[in-house]
Design a protein around this ligand. Structure first.
Ligand code: GLN
Ligand code: ZN
Length: 752
């Protein structure tokens, strides 16, 4: 009885995205969105049915986000949206409107999916609303599919909620009766299976969470309905200890990313509950080794009758199908499984495990799987002896830079001669329509390489002109040749490839197409030198070279699973080190290696953090080890709280770090000061996410605040992050104000 935890929803051609965006632009009615949504649900159910899945979900569909759906289901929409109703209210929570701010969004555990954060109050009221659920359940029923209903479980809902006046978990007594009512209503409507997603339980759980868990599942009705509580992305042993003593029917565990879950299997066996065994990787795109999966299932100390074979998590995190990948290398394609191919694997694994016969086409698929796994082991497309050797025999001078940073910085100051409070930007400048058009035309073969390069050089010319006019100290070339800071580099690296249609939902209507790191990584030729040296040739000011770091490259890609991740990180690091070396040889004096995704790659369990930090730091150091002491290395980080990783940031050994934090730059600087950070720091002086131009006075205040806590000779002045989403009309005055404010501060410092 194959079990699918959940299925993607934007559509294999991103139909939902386009329908929503048409509606938001006012070009279509909401009915049209609904029609598309209904079609998609039906198509998705039928795919799963055809693949012989037994447990198929409803309510895994969402117009925007399953957490917002749950807010509606529980009737706990925050007060400020109550002036609206229905669709308007829903999209106001999701995207904001003239009078409403959107709910904040944040990452769904360690994935690149973003959910929206519920805001609850001490006196929060709840009111069950099953409208959406029953609509979808009935739709499925009409095409003959008896779905399990997916809901976010109470512990996860509260753990992920925020509140200003209460610890949301304390609302458990209030919320459980609402869940109870929900279940009763669903039962009355004929629902037989309910899946509660409780991924919050895979983190280091607190006693309060475990208490809440006990309360919740002791009270949720189980008579006449099968309740499954599923966890994913990590081990959930503590939760199992509680859940085995409740009346629920089954427990879902991840056996891809939480192998320690094996230790809890015996307990589940004894409890008589079902084990929903997540063996098909729901968040990466490699084929399963079917034989190994079956062998693994056979090794579990539990009766086969008690096991339900499942995906490790919802398939939301992988693309739909390989069907449209016509341009992809045939071998590489044979090593991949997207959502629909995973459904086939799931069925075959289940049949082999239960000793059920395979039909002809499944036999063929099974043989194909064996062959693909075999070729993956030996293919020269994947395995590159030279790269492997290089990583193994890394000499000391390629592991870290020479000299302590403080001495390096002294040397650099003599060469670079930048003033106190040097001003700079984080790298990208506005990606105007013109810029995007140019890249697109080139990609589609509509313009020649020469024409393309000429255009990009024009964009760079303009960026340099602007920076001269504004009066910045350290320039950038503007990143006009890049669509995205990870994709651009991936396209130039060996061992990395791209899908044509491998979209994965990031949030709402936004999708990303992560690079696929399938083999040993190397850099055949330079990736940025041409652009950056061109920019440098146009000015006397120093132009900062701009690269993406190894940790971010991996954290935003699908990473191969047939090699220890540490090796992959280090291969990537060496490829970047080669680029650093080339830039330096071409006369570039400052090089920034961005690590925007450094923090978000942290493991879910604290016990595993140390190992991640070690590998991440070692990799970053390798990627910059080719830089001579005279070359200044910058790094940049964003979107996260850095106060708890000061030591790790220090260990990365960058000469200068810029950090995004327009909101509370002082707090982070205090942390740097307390830590006695000896290198240089630029804490964003204005938020780049808003089109608003910050005034000179505003920025002045920000700078002064920073100077009150951090020594001037270590401080850089820069915006929060890259400026690619802004318009030139916003960027130019904002940077002017930033430079003017800095000059004011400097002149006062001289007088003192
Ligand atoms: N250099 C990149 C840019 O400016 C950094 C992007 C980021 O931090 N997310 O676009
Ligand atoms: Zn950033």
């Amino acid at each position: 009885m194959p079990y699918v935890t959940g299925y993607p929803r934007v559509g294999e051609k991103r139909e939902l995205k386009f329908a929503l965006e048409r509606f938001w632009r006012g070009e279509s009615s909401f009915d049209e969105v609904e029609n598309v949504a209904k079609e998609l649900r039906k198509r998705h159910w039928l795919y799963q049915k055809e693949a012989k899945a037994k447990f198929i979900s409803s309510n895994d569909f969402s117009l925007y986000d399953q957490m917002i759906d749950m807010i509606v289901t529980l009737g706990c929409e925050p007060e400020e949206y109550r002036d609206l109703e229905g669709v308007e209210r829903y999209f106001a929570m999701a995207r904001g409107d003239k009078n409403h701010k959107a709910l904040p969004m944040t990452k769904w555990l360690n994935t690149n999916y973003h959910y929206f954060v519920p805001y609850l109050k001490k006196d929060q009221s709840f009111k069950p609303n099953v409208e959406k659920i029953l609509k979808e359940f009935t739709e499925a029923k009409e095409i003959g599919i008896d779905t399990k209903v997916n809901l976010i479980g109470p512990v996860t809902f509260l753990s992920f909620a925020r509140s200003e006046d209460i610890d949301p978990l304390k609302l458990i007594d209030k919320i459980v009766p609402v869940y109870k009512e929900l279940v009763e209503e669903l039962k009355r409507a004929g629902v037989k299976y309910i899946q509660f997603d409780e991924p919050a339980l895979v983190k280091d759980v607190s006693n309060e969470q475990l208490e809440a868990l006990k309360k919740a599942y002791a009270n949720i009705p189980t008579e006449g309905v099968e309740i499954y509580v599923v966890t994913y992305f990590e081990r959930a042993n503590e939760a199992v200890d509680i859940l085995v003593d409740t009346e629920i029917s089954g427990i879902g565990l991840d056996f891809v990313y939480g192998m320690e879950n094996v230790e809890s299997v015996e307990k589940i066996a004894k409890s008589g509950k079902k084990l929903i065994a997540g063996v098909v990787d729901g968040r990466n795109i490699w084929i399963s080794d079917i034989d190994k999966k079956v062998e693994f299932l056979n090794s579990l100390p539990i009766d086969k009758e008690q096991v339900i074979v499942s995906t490790s998590c919802s398939l939301l995190h992988v693309p739909y199908t390989l069907k449209y990948e016509e341009k992809m290398d045939k071998n590489i394609k044979s090593w991949l499984a997207f959502a629909n191919e995973k459904l086939d694997e799931l069925r075959i694994i289940e049949r082999l495990y239960t000793n059920a016969p395979l039909n002809e086409s499944d036999k063929e698929l099974y043989e194909k799987n064996k062959r693909a796994n075999e070729s993956r082991k030996n293919s020269t497309q994947i395995h590159n002896q030279a790269v492997q050797k290089r990583v193994k025999n890394l000499p000391k001078n390629l592991k870290a830079r020479e000299m302590p940073a403080t001495r390096r910085l002294k040397i650099q100051h003599e060469i670079l001669k930048y003033p106190v409070l040097p001003t700079t930007t984080i790298g990208s400048f506005p990606q105007t329509k013109e810029v995007r058009k140019t890249r697109k035309a080139y990609k589609e073969g509509l313009i020649s390489v020469e024409e393309y390069k000429r255009k990009i050089r024009e964009f760079i010319d303009y960026a340099i002109e602007v920076q001269e006019e504004v009066g910045l100290d350290i320039f950038v070339h503007g990143e006009f040749e890049r669509n995205d800071m990870v994709e651009y580099f991936s396209q130039m690296l060996k061992g990395v490839t791209f899908s044509e249609n491998g979209w994965v939902q990031s949030y709402g209507s936004r999708c990303v197409k992560p690079p696929i790191i399938f083999g040993d990584v190397s850099r055949p030729e330079s990736m940025t030198v041409e652009w950056i040296t061109y920019a440098q040739s146009k000015t006397k000011k120093i132009v900062k070279g701009m690269l993406t770091g190894p940790v971010t490259m991996l954290n935003w890609s699908f990473v191969r699973d047939d090699l220890d991740k540490e090796e992959v990180y280090k291969q990537m690091a060496l490829a970047i080190a080669d680029e650093v070396s080339d830039l330096q040889d071409a006369g570039i004096k400052i090089i920034q290696v961005d690590e925007a995704a450094f923090k978000e790659g942290y493991p879910l369990r604290k016990a595993k953090r140390g190992e991640y930090e070690r590998v991440a730091v070692e990799s970053f150091k390798i990627s910059t080890a080719t830089a001579r002491p005279q070359t200044q290395i910058h790094t940049h980080m964003c979107y996260s709280d850095f106060n708890d990783i000061m030591e790790t940031i220090d260990a990365m050994d960058a000469d200068v770090i810029s950090i995004e934090t327009a909101r509370n730059g002082n707090r982070i600087l205090e942390a740097f000061k307390k830590y006695n950070y000896q290198k240089e720091v630029g804490v964003g002086v204005y938020d780049i996410h808003s089109p608003r131009v910050p005034s000179k006075e505003e920025i002045l205040k920000e700078i002064e605040k920073r100077l009150a806590v951090f020594p001037a000779d270590k401080l850089w002045i820069n915006p929060d992050c890259g400026l690619k989403t802004r318009k030139w009309e916003e960027v130019i005055p904002a940077l002017k104000n930033m430079v003017e404010a800095t000059k004011d501060v400097r002149s006062r410092m001289v007088k003192l």
